[in-house]
Design a protein around this ligand. Structure first.
Ligand SMILES: [Zn+2]
Length: 231
């Protein structure tokens, strides 16, 4: 009874007021009774949208790392650099800590974030609960503030504007895909609905429990039948 009561309560993220959950119509929103902030939404297929956006972001992240981010043309010489190449150049200029920071915040953290989302959502889509779901979920939430690809994009744009006086700047494929990555990462994070996520996890766990009970009952019946025929 206590578990049922706990499940039907929700605390407001803004003012901590504990409130009872109510049914929401599709695409509807429930707001806090005291401060009016949004408590939860009933978005249709929100996890499917997140999955699609995550797959899109992973493809764009791969493209961003394979192609040059920009090229420079000056006095007949032409040079281009990838994202990894710019980090390596920083390392060669004895700015290893900056190079590591660039790689961690623009490549490693977004890749881990997208990988964790994919790891959780694909099995749920197939009706299974992945192993280690809770630690992976906590890990994904904890690294989120370190994904700051938009800051790096802003830095590139400023560098492009400054270099335009001394050389011809040719934006590479990765620059456009980097812009798309910023949008897809933000859209993926915005479409991820925690309420829907845990509701789907619970539905999967209930289905597995019911299946286990049915299989156990069938085994017991078969065992009893075998014992009766022996006697
Ligand atoms: Zn509130």
């Amino acid at each position: 009874m206590a578990a049922v009561l706990t499940q039907s309560l929700i605390a407001c993220h803004e003012c901590d007021l504990l409130q009872r959950k109510t049914a929401v119509r599709p695409n509807g929103t429930v707001k806090c009774r005291r401060c009016g902030s949004v408590l939860y939404r009933n978005k249709r297929n929100s996890l499917d949208h997140t999955l699609a956006l995550t797959v899109g972001a992973i493809i764009v992240l791969i493209v961003t790392n394979l192609f040059p981010i920009l090229g420079l043309q000056a006095g007949g010489d032409r040079t281009s650099a990838t994202l990894f190449g710019t980090a390596w150049a920083l390392h060669e200029m004895h700015m290893t800590s900056v190079a590591v920071l660039v790689l961690v915040t623009t490549l490693l953290v977004p890749a881990l974030q997208l990988g964790a989302t994919l790891y959780m959502l694909v099995p749920l889509k197939l009706g299974r609960v992945p192993h280690g779901l809770s630690p992976i979920f906590r890990f994904k939430q904890s690294i989120r503030p370190w994904s700051i690809v938009e800051v790096y994009l802003l830095g590139i744009i400023v560098a492009l504007a400054k270099s335009a006086h001394s050389a011809t700047v040719v934006p590479g494929i990765a620059l456009w895909s980097f812009g798309a990555l910023v949008v897809l990462l933000a859209a993926s994070a915005a479409s991820f609905n925690t309420e829907d996520f845990w509701a789907r996890v619970e539905a999967c766990q209930t289905r597995v429990r019911r299946l286990g009970t049915t299989v156990a009952a069938a085994d017991r019946k078969q065992h009893d039948r075998g014992a009766a025929s022996l006697s």
